[in-house]
Design a protein. Structure first.
Length: 617
Protein backbone atom coordinates (compact mmCIF):
# COMPACT_ATOMS: atom_id res chain seq x y z
CA UNK A 1 0.00 0.00 0.00
CA UNK A 2 3.05 2.32 0.16
CA UNK A 3 3.84 2.19 -3.57
CA UNK A 4 3.88 5.58 -5.29
CA UNK A 5 1.70 5.52 -8.46
CA UNK A 6 3.03 7.04 -11.69
CA UNK A 7 -0.08 9.18 -12.33
CA UNK A 8 -1.55 9.96 -8.89
CA UNK A 9 -4.74 11.66 -10.09
CA UNK A 10 -5.57 9.14 -12.82
CA UNK A 11 -7.31 6.53 -10.68
CA UNK A 12 -9.59 8.95 -8.73
CA UNK A 13 -10.65 10.69 -11.95
CA UNK A 14 -11.28 7.42 -13.80
CA UNK A 15 -13.30 5.96 -10.93
CA UNK A 16 -15.45 9.10 -10.65
CA UNK A 17 -15.96 9.33 -14.41
CA UNK A 18 -16.80 5.63 -14.67
CA UNK A 19 -19.44 5.90 -11.97
CA UNK A 20 -21.02 8.89 -13.68
CA UNK A 21 -21.14 7.06 -17.01
CA UNK A 22 -23.08 4.30 -15.25
CA UNK A 23 -25.39 6.73 -13.45
CA UNK A 24 -26.05 8.67 -16.66
CA UNK A 25 -26.92 5.51 -18.57
CA UNK A 26 -29.22 4.37 -15.77
CA UNK A 27 -31.00 7.72 -15.37
CA UNK A 28 -31.58 8.38 -19.04
CA UNK A 29 -33.32 5.06 -19.60
CA UNK A 30 -30.40 3.12 -21.02
CA UNK A 31 -31.27 0.35 -18.58
CA UNK A 32 -34.75 -1.12 -18.71
CA UNK A 33 -35.80 0.31 -22.08
CA UNK A 34 -37.56 -2.33 -24.24
CA UNK A 35 -36.12 -2.87 -27.68
CA UNK A 36 -38.38 -2.34 -30.70
CA UNK A 37 -41.31 -0.81 -28.79
CA UNK A 38 -42.09 2.89 -28.98
CA UNK A 39 -43.16 4.54 -25.73
CA UNK A 40 -46.39 6.53 -25.35
CA UNK A 41 -45.10 10.07 -25.25
CA UNK A 42 -48.16 12.25 -26.12
CA UNK A 43 -50.53 12.89 -23.20
CA UNK A 44 -53.09 15.33 -21.90
CA UNK A 45 -52.54 16.53 -18.33
CA UNK A 46 -55.39 17.73 -16.13
CA UNK A 47 -55.02 19.28 -12.66
CA UNK A 48 -57.44 17.60 -10.24
CA UNK A 49 -56.56 19.46 -7.02
CA UNK A 50 -54.33 22.30 -5.92
CA UNK A 51 -53.98 26.07 -5.84
CA UNK A 52 -54.25 28.12 -8.98
CA UNK A 53 -50.76 28.76 -10.26
CA UNK A 54 -51.91 30.61 -13.37
CA UNK A 55 -51.15 27.62 -15.57
CA UNK A 56 -53.96 26.10 -17.66
CA UNK A 57 -55.68 23.25 -15.76
CA UNK A 58 -55.65 21.09 -18.89
CA UNK A 59 -52.67 20.93 -21.23
CA UNK A 60 -51.39 18.68 -24.00
CA UNK A 61 -47.72 17.75 -23.52
CA UNK A 62 -44.95 15.32 -24.38
CA UNK A 63 -43.64 12.96 -21.68
CA UNK A 64 -41.58 12.97 -19.55
CA UNK A 65 -43.39 15.63 -17.54
CA UNK A 66 -42.23 17.34 -14.36
CA UNK A 67 -45.01 19.21 -12.56
CA UNK A 68 -42.55 21.69 -11.15
CA UNK A 69 -42.00 23.04 -14.67
CA UNK A 70 -45.66 23.64 -15.58
CA UNK A 71 -47.91 23.25 -12.51
CA UNK A 72 -45.82 23.89 -9.33
CA UNK A 73 -48.91 24.19 -7.08
CA UNK A 74 -50.79 21.12 -8.32
CA UNK A 75 -51.62 18.62 -5.55
CA UNK A 76 -53.13 15.97 -7.75
CA UNK A 77 -53.34 15.37 -11.49
CA UNK A 78 -54.36 12.98 -14.22
CA UNK A 79 -52.69 11.98 -17.48
CA UNK A 80 -54.70 10.74 -20.42
CA UNK A 81 -52.89 8.75 -23.09
CA UNK A 82 -54.26 7.10 -26.22
CA UNK A 83 -52.91 3.82 -27.63
CA UNK A 84 -54.13 2.50 -30.99
CA UNK A 85 -54.33 -1.27 -31.44
CA UNK A 86 -54.77 -3.09 -34.75
CA UNK A 87 -55.76 -6.26 -32.88
CA UNK A 88 -56.26 -7.40 -29.30
CA UNK A 89 -54.02 -10.30 -28.17
CA UNK A 90 -55.89 -13.04 -26.37
CA UNK A 91 -53.36 -12.89 -23.50
CA UNK A 92 -53.89 -9.20 -23.02
CA UNK A 93 -51.18 -6.59 -22.76
CA UNK A 94 -49.03 -4.95 -20.09
CA UNK A 95 -48.31 -1.36 -19.17
CA UNK A 96 -44.73 -0.69 -18.12
CA UNK A 97 -43.92 2.64 -16.40
CA UNK A 98 -40.08 2.96 -16.13
CA UNK A 99 -40.31 5.92 -13.75
CA UNK A 100 -43.16 6.97 -11.47
CA UNK A 101 -42.25 9.05 -8.47
CA UNK A 102 -45.43 8.99 -6.41
CA UNK A 103 -48.67 7.15 -5.68
CA UNK A 104 -50.81 6.45 -8.77
CA UNK A 105 -54.04 4.86 -10.03
CA UNK A 106 -54.19 3.41 -13.53
CA UNK A 107 -57.39 2.90 -15.60
CA UNK A 108 -57.82 1.52 -19.11
CA UNK A 109 -60.94 2.44 -21.07
CA UNK A 110 -62.55 3.60 -17.83
CA UNK A 111 -61.80 0.40 -15.89
CA UNK A 112 -59.44 0.38 -12.91
CA UNK A 113 -56.48 -1.95 -13.54
CA UNK A 114 -54.02 -0.90 -10.81
CA UNK A 115 -55.64 -0.51 -7.39
CA UNK A 116 -52.82 -2.03 -5.33
CA UNK A 117 -51.34 1.39 -4.68
CA UNK A 118 -54.52 3.39 -4.61
CA UNK A 119 -54.29 6.68 -2.76
CA UNK A 120 -53.53 6.08 0.91
CA UNK A 121 -52.23 8.16 3.77
CA UNK A 122 -48.82 6.61 4.35
CA UNK A 123 -45.99 9.11 4.29
CA UNK A 124 -43.91 7.52 1.58
CA UNK A 125 -42.11 8.38 -1.59
CA UNK A 126 -41.85 6.38 -4.80
CA UNK A 127 -38.90 7.95 -6.56
CA UNK A 128 -38.39 6.43 -9.97
CA UNK A 129 -39.89 3.14 -8.90
CA UNK A 130 -40.85 1.23 -12.05
CA UNK A 131 -44.44 0.03 -12.25
CA UNK A 132 -45.89 -2.90 -14.14
CA UNK A 133 -49.63 -3.31 -14.77
CA UNK A 134 -51.28 -6.25 -16.52
CA UNK A 135 -54.21 -5.27 -18.74
CA UNK A 136 -56.71 -8.09 -19.45
CA UNK A 137 -57.81 -8.61 -23.06
CA UNK A 138 -61.46 -7.94 -22.05
CA UNK A 139 -60.59 -4.28 -21.31
CA UNK A 140 -58.92 -3.68 -24.66
CA UNK A 141 -60.42 -2.98 -28.04
CA UNK A 142 -59.32 -2.59 -31.62
CA UNK A 143 -58.58 1.06 -32.38
CA UNK A 144 -58.02 3.71 -29.73
CA UNK A 145 -57.66 2.72 -26.08
CA UNK A 146 -57.70 5.39 -23.40
CA UNK A 147 -55.19 5.04 -20.57
CA UNK A 148 -55.59 7.27 -17.50
CA UNK A 149 -52.92 7.67 -14.85
CA UNK A 150 -53.63 9.66 -11.68
CA UNK A 151 -50.75 10.87 -9.50
CA UNK A 152 -50.95 12.04 -5.89
CA UNK A 153 -47.53 13.43 -4.87
CA UNK A 154 -46.51 14.21 -1.28
CA UNK A 155 -46.01 17.93 -2.00
CA UNK A 156 -47.46 20.42 -4.46
CA UNK A 157 -45.70 20.29 -7.81
CA UNK A 158 -44.00 17.02 -6.90
CA UNK A 159 -45.42 14.81 -9.65
CA UNK A 160 -43.41 13.27 -12.43
CA UNK A 161 -44.20 10.75 -15.17
CA UNK A 162 -41.87 9.20 -17.76
CA UNK A 163 -43.22 7.75 -21.03
CA UNK A 164 -44.85 4.33 -20.43
CA UNK A 165 -44.74 1.31 -22.73
CA UNK A 166 -47.71 -0.82 -23.86
CA UNK A 167 -46.96 -4.28 -25.20
CA UNK A 168 -46.98 -8.03 -24.68
CA UNK A 169 -45.77 -9.45 -21.40
CA UNK A 170 -42.86 -11.27 -23.03
CA UNK A 171 -41.78 -7.99 -24.62
CA UNK A 172 -41.85 -5.89 -21.45
CA UNK A 173 -41.32 -8.19 -18.46
CA UNK A 174 -37.54 -8.56 -18.79
CA UNK A 175 -37.00 -4.80 -19.09
CA UNK A 176 -39.22 -4.17 -16.09
CA UNK A 177 -37.42 -6.78 -13.97
CA UNK A 178 -34.00 -5.31 -14.79
CA UNK A 179 -35.06 -1.78 -13.94
CA UNK A 180 -36.96 -2.94 -10.86
CA UNK A 181 -33.84 -4.69 -9.61
CA UNK A 182 -31.64 -1.65 -10.16
CA UNK A 183 -34.14 0.90 -8.84
CA UNK A 184 -35.70 -1.07 -6.05
CA UNK A 185 -34.64 -4.66 -5.25
CA UNK A 186 -30.97 -3.97 -5.87
CA UNK A 187 -31.07 -0.88 -3.68
CA UNK A 188 -32.84 -2.85 -0.98
CA UNK A 189 -30.07 -5.45 -1.12
CA UNK A 190 -27.40 -2.74 -1.05
CA UNK A 191 -28.97 -1.00 1.93
CA UNK A 192 -29.31 -4.25 3.88
CA UNK A 193 -25.72 -5.11 2.95
CA UNK A 194 -24.48 -1.72 4.20
CA UNK A 195 -26.34 -2.14 7.48
CA UNK A 196 -24.91 -5.64 7.90
CA UNK A 197 -21.44 -4.39 7.00
CA UNK A 198 -21.83 -1.66 9.61
CA UNK A 199 -22.75 -4.28 12.21
CA UNK A 200 -19.71 -6.34 11.21
CA UNK A 201 -17.42 -3.32 11.59
CA UNK A 202 -19.00 -2.60 14.97
CA UNK A 203 -18.21 -6.15 16.06
CA UNK A 204 -14.59 -5.66 14.92
CA UNK A 205 -14.44 -2.48 16.98
CA UNK A 206 -15.86 -4.23 20.04
CA UNK A 207 -13.22 -6.95 19.68
CA UNK A 208 -10.42 -4.50 18.97
CA UNK A 209 -10.98 -1.12 20.61
CA UNK A 210 -7.60 0.25 19.51
CA UNK A 211 -8.89 1.19 16.04
CA UNK A 212 -12.07 3.29 16.27
CA UNK A 213 -12.14 3.91 12.51
CA UNK A 214 -14.12 0.66 12.15
CA UNK A 215 -16.99 1.95 14.26
CA UNK A 216 -16.80 5.42 12.67
CA UNK A 217 -17.25 3.93 9.20
CA UNK A 218 -20.08 1.75 10.51
CA UNK A 219 -21.91 4.98 11.42
CA UNK A 220 -21.20 6.33 7.92
CA UNK A 221 -22.81 3.27 6.33
CA UNK A 222 -25.87 3.57 8.57
CA UNK A 223 -26.30 7.26 7.75
CA UNK A 224 -25.98 6.41 4.05
CA UNK A 225 -28.64 3.73 4.42
CA UNK A 226 -31.10 5.71 6.55
CA UNK A 227 -32.84 7.76 3.81
CA UNK A 228 -33.39 4.58 1.79
CA UNK A 229 -35.44 2.98 4.55
CA UNK A 230 -38.53 3.98 2.55
CA UNK A 231 -37.27 1.86 -0.32
CA UNK A 232 -36.86 -1.10 2.01
CA UNK A 233 -40.38 -0.74 3.42
CA UNK A 234 -42.02 0.66 0.29
CA UNK A 235 -44.88 -1.86 0.20
CA UNK A 236 -45.10 -2.38 3.94
CA UNK A 237 -47.65 -0.67 6.12
CA UNK A 238 -44.96 0.51 8.47
CA UNK A 239 -44.18 3.97 9.84
CA UNK A 240 -41.86 5.76 7.45
CA UNK A 241 -39.94 8.99 8.04
CA UNK A 242 -41.02 11.90 5.90
CA UNK A 243 -38.92 11.77 2.77
CA UNK A 244 -38.57 15.54 2.60
CA UNK A 245 -37.17 15.60 6.14
CA UNK A 246 -34.74 12.73 5.61
CA UNK A 247 -33.46 14.35 2.44
CA UNK A 248 -32.86 17.61 4.31
CA UNK A 249 -30.98 16.18 7.30
CA UNK A 250 -29.13 13.20 5.83
CA UNK A 251 -26.46 15.27 4.09
CA UNK A 252 -25.66 17.09 7.34
CA UNK A 253 -25.28 13.89 9.36
CA UNK A 254 -23.33 12.33 6.52
CA UNK A 255 -20.89 15.22 6.71
CA UNK A 256 -20.52 14.76 10.46
CA UNK A 257 -19.97 11.00 10.23
CA UNK A 258 -17.55 11.24 7.30
CA UNK A 259 -15.50 13.92 9.09
CA UNK A 260 -15.33 11.76 12.23
CA UNK A 261 -14.31 8.75 10.16
CA UNK A 262 -11.60 10.66 8.25
CA UNK A 263 -10.17 11.90 11.56
CA UNK A 264 -9.89 8.37 12.90
CA UNK A 265 -8.71 6.85 9.63
CA UNK A 266 -5.77 9.26 9.51
CA UNK A 267 -5.22 9.51 13.26
CA UNK A 268 -6.38 13.16 13.55
CA UNK A 269 -7.64 14.31 16.98
CA UNK A 270 -10.18 17.16 16.67
CA UNK A 271 -13.02 16.39 19.08
CA UNK A 272 -14.23 20.01 19.35
CA UNK A 273 -14.80 20.24 15.60
CA UNK A 274 -16.69 16.93 15.61
CA UNK A 275 -18.93 18.06 18.48
CA UNK A 276 -19.60 21.41 16.77
CA UNK A 277 -20.66 19.68 13.53
CA UNK A 278 -22.88 17.25 15.46
CA UNK A 279 -24.61 20.07 17.34
CA UNK A 280 -25.31 21.97 14.09
CA UNK A 281 -26.65 18.82 12.42
CA UNK A 282 -28.89 18.08 15.41
CA UNK A 283 -30.24 21.65 15.46
CA UNK A 284 -30.94 21.47 11.73
CA UNK A 285 -32.80 18.17 12.17
CA UNK A 286 -35.07 19.72 14.81
CA UNK A 287 -35.61 22.85 12.73
CA UNK A 288 -36.68 21.01 9.58
CA UNK A 289 -39.00 18.76 11.56
CA UNK A 290 -40.75 21.92 12.85
CA UNK A 291 -41.12 23.64 9.44
CA UNK A 292 -41.95 20.48 7.47
CA UNK A 293 -45.31 21.88 6.26
CA UNK A 294 -44.15 25.47 5.92
CA UNK A 295 -44.18 26.98 2.45
CA UNK A 296 -40.60 28.15 2.96
CA UNK A 297 -39.38 24.61 3.54
CA UNK A 298 -37.97 24.23 0.00
CA UNK A 299 -36.06 27.52 0.26
CA UNK A 300 -34.61 26.53 3.64
CA UNK A 301 -33.57 23.16 2.28
CA UNK A 302 -31.79 24.86 -0.64
CA UNK A 303 -29.78 27.10 1.68
CA UNK A 304 -29.11 24.25 4.10
CA UNK A 305 -27.94 22.01 1.26
CA UNK A 306 -25.46 24.62 0.05
CA UNK A 307 -24.04 25.07 3.56
CA UNK A 308 -23.86 21.33 4.12
CA UNK A 309 -22.08 20.81 0.83
CA UNK A 310 -19.57 23.55 1.70
CA UNK A 311 -18.81 22.02 5.09
CA UNK A 312 -18.74 18.61 3.47
CA UNK A 313 -15.69 19.69 1.49
CA UNK A 314 -13.67 19.62 4.72
CA UNK A 315 -13.08 15.82 4.72
CA UNK A 316 -12.14 16.03 1.04
CA UNK A 317 -9.63 18.81 1.81
CA UNK A 318 -8.08 16.60 4.53
CA UNK A 319 -7.78 13.69 2.10
CA UNK A 320 -6.36 15.90 -0.69
CA UNK A 321 -3.80 17.36 1.74
CA UNK A 322 -2.64 13.86 2.72
CA UNK A 323 -2.72 12.80 -0.91
CA UNK A 324 -0.52 15.71 -2.07
CA UNK A 325 2.03 14.88 0.61
CA UNK A 326 2.04 11.12 0.00
CA UNK A 327 0.05 9.92 -3.03
CA UNK A 328 -0.17 6.23 -2.13
CA UNK A 329 -2.54 3.71 -3.69
CA UNK A 330 -4.62 3.71 -0.52
CA UNK A 331 -5.04 7.49 -0.64
CA UNK A 332 -5.95 7.28 -4.33
CA UNK A 333 -8.91 5.10 -3.45
CA UNK A 334 -9.89 7.29 -0.51
CA UNK A 335 -9.70 10.41 -2.69
CA UNK A 336 -11.80 8.72 -5.38
CA UNK A 337 -14.56 7.98 -2.86
CA UNK A 338 -14.39 11.59 -1.65
CA UNK A 339 -14.83 12.93 -5.18
CA UNK A 340 -17.68 10.53 -5.84
CA UNK A 341 -19.49 11.50 -2.61
CA UNK A 342 -19.11 15.22 -3.33
CA UNK A 343 -20.22 15.02 -6.98
CA UNK A 344 -23.20 12.79 -6.22
CA UNK A 345 -24.19 15.08 -3.35
CA UNK A 346 -24.10 18.08 -5.68
CA UNK A 347 -26.19 16.16 -8.16
CA UNK A 348 -28.81 15.24 -5.55
CA UNK A 349 -29.02 18.79 -4.17
CA UNK A 350 -29.60 20.09 -7.69
CA UNK A 351 -32.15 17.32 -8.25
CA UNK A 352 -34.13 18.36 -5.18
CA UNK A 353 -33.95 22.05 -6.05
CA UNK A 354 -34.86 21.78 -9.72
CA UNK A 355 -31.86 22.28 -12.03
CA UNK A 356 -31.49 18.52 -12.60
CA UNK A 357 -34.37 16.77 -14.35
CA UNK A 358 -36.52 14.34 -12.39
CA UNK A 359 -35.66 11.79 -15.03
CA UNK A 360 -32.58 11.35 -12.85
CA UNK A 361 -32.63 9.46 -9.57
CA UNK A 362 -30.71 10.09 -6.35
CA UNK A 363 -27.09 9.26 -7.07
CA UNK A 364 -25.72 9.18 -3.53
CA UNK A 365 -26.71 5.52 -3.16
CA UNK A 366 -24.08 4.64 -5.75
CA UNK A 367 -21.57 6.74 -3.84
CA UNK A 368 -22.46 4.66 -0.79
CA UNK A 369 -21.92 1.46 -2.76
CA UNK A 370 -18.57 2.70 -4.04
CA UNK A 371 -17.30 3.96 -0.68
CA UNK A 372 -18.46 0.82 1.14
CA UNK A 373 -16.71 -1.39 -1.41
CA UNK A 374 -13.52 0.69 -1.35
CA UNK A 375 -13.24 0.85 2.43
CA UNK A 376 -14.17 -2.81 2.79
CA UNK A 377 -11.22 -3.49 0.51
CA UNK A 378 -8.98 -1.12 2.47
CA UNK A 379 -9.99 -2.62 5.81
CA UNK A 380 -9.33 -6.12 4.47
CA UNK A 381 -6.04 -4.88 3.01
CA UNK A 382 -5.04 -3.40 6.36
CA UNK A 383 -5.99 -6.64 8.07
CA UNK A 384 -3.91 -8.64 5.57
CA UNK A 385 -0.95 -6.27 6.01
CA UNK A 386 -1.30 -6.52 9.79
CA UNK A 387 -1.57 -10.31 9.53
CA UNK A 388 1.46 -10.50 7.22
CA UNK A 389 3.39 -8.24 9.58
CA UNK A 390 2.36 -10.40 12.51
CA UNK A 391 3.46 -13.52 10.62
CA UNK A 392 6.78 -11.89 9.76
CA UNK A 393 7.29 -10.85 13.37
CA UNK A 394 6.35 -14.34 14.51
CA UNK A 395 8.82 -15.90 12.08
CA UNK A 396 11.49 -13.42 13.20
CA UNK A 397 10.68 -14.15 16.83
CA UNK A 398 10.84 -17.90 16.19
CA UNK A 399 14.20 -17.41 14.46
CA UNK A 400 15.49 -15.34 17.38
CA UNK A 401 14.19 -17.92 19.84
CA UNK A 402 15.97 -20.64 17.86
CA UNK A 403 19.16 -18.57 17.85
CA UNK A 404 18.87 -17.91 21.58
CA UNK A 405 18.11 -21.59 22.15
CA UNK A 406 21.28 -22.50 20.25
CA UNK A 407 23.22 -19.91 22.25
CA UNK A 408 21.79 -21.30 25.49
CA UNK A 409 22.71 -24.84 24.45
CA UNK A 410 26.24 -23.68 23.68
CA UNK A 411 26.39 -21.81 26.98
CA UNK A 412 24.99 -24.85 28.79
CA UNK A 413 27.59 -27.13 27.24
CA UNK A 414 30.30 -24.65 28.12
CA UNK A 415 28.96 -24.37 31.66
CA UNK A 416 28.80 -28.14 32.03
CA UNK A 417 32.35 -28.39 30.76
CA UNK A 418 33.47 -25.75 33.24
CA UNK A 419 31.59 -27.49 36.04
CA UNK A 420 33.18 -30.80 35.11
CA UNK A 421 36.61 -29.18 35.01
CA UNK A 422 35.94 -27.53 38.37
CA UNK A 423 34.69 -30.83 39.82
CA UNK A 424 37.80 -32.60 38.54
CA UNK A 425 40.01 -29.87 39.99
CA UNK A 426 38.16 -30.01 43.32
CA UNK A 427 38.40 -33.81 43.43
CA UNK A 428 42.07 -33.63 42.51
CA UNK A 429 42.68 -31.19 45.36
CA UNK A 430 40.74 -33.42 47.75
CA UNK A 431 42.65 -36.52 46.71
CA UNK A 432 45.95 -34.73 47.04
CA UNK A 433 44.98 -33.54 50.51
CA UNK A 434 43.78 -37.03 51.50
CA UNK A 435 46.94 -38.69 50.19
CA UNK A 436 49.12 -36.07 51.84
CA UNK A 437 47.35 -36.34 55.20
CA UNK A 438 46.84 -40.13 55.10
CA UNK A 439 49.12 -42.25 53.01
CA UNK A 440 51.72 -39.50 52.73
CA UNK A 441 52.01 -39.20 56.51
CA UNK A 442 52.26 -42.99 56.88
CA UNK A 443 55.04 -43.23 54.29
CA UNK A 444 56.98 -40.35 55.82
CA UNK A 445 56.70 -41.99 59.26
CA UNK A 446 57.85 -45.33 57.85
CA UNK A 447 60.76 -43.69 56.04
CA UNK A 448 61.85 -42.02 59.26
CA UNK A 449 61.82 -45.38 61.10
CA UNK A 450 63.92 -47.01 58.37
CA UNK A 451 66.41 -44.12 58.31
CA UNK A 452 66.88 -44.33 62.12
CA UNK A 453 67.90 -47.97 61.71
CA UNK A 454 66.06 -49.21 64.76
CA UNK A 455 62.77 -50.12 63.06
CA UNK A 456 61.58 -53.66 63.47
CA UNK A 457 60.25 -55.42 60.35
CA UNK A 458 56.78 -55.90 61.80
CA UNK A 459 56.50 -52.18 62.52
CA UNK A 460 57.51 -51.29 58.98
CA UNK A 461 55.06 -53.85 57.64
CA UNK A 462 52.25 -52.46 59.80
CA UNK A 463 52.99 -48.89 58.71
CA UNK A 464 53.10 -49.81 55.04
CA UNK A 465 49.84 -51.79 55.33
CA UNK A 466 48.18 -48.73 56.93
CA UNK A 467 49.40 -46.58 54.07
CA UNK A 468 48.14 -49.13 51.54
CA UNK A 469 44.74 -49.34 53.25
CA UNK A 470 44.48 -45.58 53.24
CA UNK A 471 45.22 -45.47 49.54
CA UNK A 472 42.54 -48.09 48.89
CA UNK A 473 40.02 -46.07 50.88
CA UNK A 474 40.73 -43.00 48.77
CA UNK A 475 40.42 -44.98 45.53
CA UNK A 476 37.12 -46.56 46.61
CA UNK A 477 35.72 -43.15 47.54
CA UNK A 478 35.78 -42.31 43.82
CA UNK A 479 33.25 -45.05 42.99
CA UNK A 480 29.74 -43.48 43.05
CA UNK A 481 28.20 -46.96 43.18
CA UNK A 482 29.78 -47.60 46.62
CA UNK A 483 28.33 -44.61 48.42
CA UNK A 484 25.49 -46.44 50.22
CA UNK A 485 26.41 -47.43 53.80
CA UNK A 486 25.83 -51.26 53.65
CA UNK A 487 28.02 -51.50 50.55
CA UNK A 488 30.76 -49.39 52.10
CA UNK A 489 30.78 -51.51 55.26
CA UNK A 490 30.79 -54.71 53.21
CA UNK A 491 33.82 -53.49 51.27
CA UNK A 492 35.63 -52.57 54.50
CA UNK A 493 34.79 -55.94 56.06
CA UNK A 494 36.75 -57.73 53.38
CA UNK A 495 39.74 -55.40 53.73
CA UNK A 496 39.85 -55.32 57.51
CA UNK A 497 39.28 -59.05 57.96
CA UNK A 498 43.04 -60.02 57.78
CA UNK A 499 43.91 -57.43 60.44
CA UNK A 500 41.15 -58.68 62.73
CA UNK A 501 42.09 -62.31 62.17
CA UNK A 502 45.73 -61.62 63.09
CA UNK A 503 44.45 -59.99 66.28
CA UNK A 504 42.23 -62.99 67.03
CA UNK A 505 39.03 -60.93 66.83
CA UNK A 506 35.87 -62.54 65.48
CA UNK A 507 33.42 -60.30 63.51
CA UNK A 508 29.68 -60.45 64.20
CA UNK A 509 27.92 -58.87 61.17
CA UNK A 510 24.48 -57.26 61.75
CA UNK A 511 24.41 -54.75 58.93
CA UNK A 512 20.91 -54.09 57.52
CA UNK A 513 19.67 -51.94 54.67
CA UNK A 514 19.13 -48.30 55.66
CA UNK A 515 17.61 -45.35 53.74
CA UNK A 516 20.04 -43.45 51.47
CA UNK A 517 21.50 -40.31 53.01
CA UNK A 518 21.09 -36.94 51.21
CA UNK A 519 24.17 -35.54 49.49
CA UNK A 520 26.20 -38.64 50.44
CA UNK A 521 28.91 -38.48 47.79
CA UNK A 522 32.47 -39.82 47.49
CA UNK A 523 33.91 -37.36 50.02
CA UNK A 524 31.28 -38.26 52.65
CA UNK A 525 31.85 -41.97 51.96
CA UNK A 526 35.60 -41.52 52.59
CA UNK A 527 34.94 -39.72 55.86
CA UNK A 528 32.71 -42.58 57.11
CA UNK A 529 35.23 -45.23 56.01
CA UNK A 530 38.02 -43.42 57.86
CA UNK A 531 35.87 -43.36 61.04
CA UNK A 532 35.23 -47.11 60.77
CA UNK A 533 38.89 -47.80 59.94
CA UNK A 534 40.08 -45.70 62.90
CA UNK A 535 37.64 -47.48 65.24
CA UNK A 536 38.82 -50.93 64.11
CA UNK A 537 42.46 -49.88 64.53
CA UNK A 538 41.79 -48.72 68.11
CA UNK A 539 39.99 -51.98 68.93
CA UNK A 540 42.85 -54.04 67.55
CA UNK A 541 45.53 -52.04 69.35
CA UNK A 542 43.94 -51.26 72.71
CA UNK A 543 40.77 -53.26 73.53
CA UNK A 544 42.07 -56.86 73.89
CA UNK A 545 38.66 -57.81 72.53
CA UNK A 546 37.65 -61.23 71.20
CA UNK A 547 34.50 -60.14 69.27
CA UNK A 548 33.60 -57.10 67.15
CA UNK A 549 29.92 -56.48 66.38
CA UNK A 550 29.17 -54.24 63.34
CA UNK A 551 25.51 -53.12 62.96
CA UNK A 552 23.34 -50.49 61.30
CA UNK A 553 19.84 -49.15 61.92
CA UNK A 554 17.51 -46.17 61.94
CA UNK A 555 16.78 -44.20 65.08
CA UNK A 556 14.84 -40.87 65.30
CA UNK A 557 15.46 -39.74 61.70
CA UNK A 558 19.11 -40.80 61.93
CA UNK A 559 21.07 -43.66 60.44
CA UNK A 560 23.16 -45.43 63.11
CA UNK A 561 26.47 -47.13 62.36
CA UNK A 562 27.70 -49.06 65.43
CA UNK A 563 30.98 -50.85 66.18
CA UNK A 564 30.92 -52.64 69.59
CA UNK A 565 33.69 -54.79 71.14
CA UNK A 566 33.86 -57.00 74.23
CA UNK A 567 37.28 -55.74 75.35
CA UNK A 568 38.55 -53.91 78.39
CA UNK A 569 36.44 -50.83 77.76
CA UNK A 570 37.23 -47.11 78.18
CA UNK A 571 38.58 -47.69 81.69
CA UNK A 572 41.49 -49.72 80.38
CA UNK A 573 44.99 -48.33 80.77
CA UNK A 574 45.72 -48.16 77.08
CA UNK A 575 42.41 -46.56 76.21
CA UNK A 576 41.99 -44.18 79.16
CA UNK A 577 40.92 -40.75 77.99
CA UNK A 578 40.41 -39.53 74.43
CA UNK A 579 43.43 -39.54 72.22
CA UNK A 580 44.09 -37.79 68.96
CA UNK A 581 42.39 -40.56 66.97
CA UNK A 582 39.03 -40.15 68.71
CA UNK A 583 39.20 -36.40 68.20
CA UNK A 584 39.73 -36.90 64.45
CA UNK A 585 36.78 -39.30 64.37
CA UNK A 586 34.54 -36.67 65.98
CA UNK A 587 35.62 -34.04 63.46
CA UNK A 588 34.86 -36.40 60.57
CA UNK A 589 31.40 -37.18 61.99
CA UNK A 590 30.69 -33.45 62.32
CA UNK A 591 31.79 -32.95 58.70
CA UNK A 592 29.09 -35.44 57.73
CA UNK A 593 26.50 -33.41 59.66
CA UNK A 594 26.28 -36.09 62.37
CA UNK A 595 27.91 -36.89 65.67
CA UNK A 596 30.12 -39.52 67.28
CA UNK A 597 29.18 -41.23 70.54
CA UNK A 598 31.42 -43.41 72.77
CA UNK A 599 29.59 -45.72 75.15
CA UNK A 600 30.93 -47.90 77.98
CA UNK A 601 29.54 -51.43 77.73
CA UNK A 602 29.73 -54.43 80.00
CA UNK A 603 32.04 -55.67 78.73
CA UNK A 604 33.73 -53.46 76.12
CA UNK A 605 33.07 -50.23 74.26
CA UNK A 606 30.58 -49.07 71.54
CA UNK A 607 31.36 -46.44 68.92
CA UNK A 608 28.13 -45.01 67.43
CA UNK A 609 27.99 -42.68 64.40
CA UNK A 610 24.66 -40.82 64.06
CA UNK A 611 24.01 -39.47 60.54
CA UNK A 612 20.83 -37.38 59.80
CA UNK A 613 18.39 -38.52 57.12
CA UNK A 614 17.41 -34.86 56.36
CA UNK A 615 19.98 -32.55 54.85
CA UNK A 616 21.03 -29.64 57.08
CA UNK A 617 22.14 -27.44 54.19
Amino acid sequence: MRSRPAFPWLLPVLMTAGLWVWIGWLHTGGVGRPDGIAPLTEARFEVLAGEDSGAPPVVDLVLPHDWADTHPLADRGRYTLVAALGEVPSTGLALYFPSVNTRRVVSVNGELVDAALKFHHLTTHFWHIPSYVSVPAALLRVGENVIEVELDPDAPGGGYLAPPFLGLDEELRASYEVRRFLQRTGIQILVVTMVAFGLFLTLLYVLRRKDSSYFAFAIVTWVFAFPFYNVIAIDAWLPKPNYRWTGAVTMAWLTVSIAAFVHRFFGIHRPRLEWALAVVAFAGSIYFALILDDRHFATAVSIWGGLTLTVGLYPVVVVVDRFLREPTRELQLVLATGLIVITTSVHDILLVNGPVSLEHDFAVIWAAVTSTSVFAFLFVQRFIVAFDTSEALTEELEQRVAEKHAELETSYRTLRQLEQERAVATERERLMAEIHDGMGGQLVSTLAMVQDGDARPEEVESSLRAALDDMRLVIHSLDAADTDIPTLLGMLRGRLAPQLERAGIRVRWRVEDVPPLPDFGPEAALQLMRIVQESVTNIVKHSAAKTLTVSTGVEADHVIVSLADDGCGLGGTAAAGEGRGVGNMRKRAQALGGELELRECDPGTEVRVRLPLVSRA
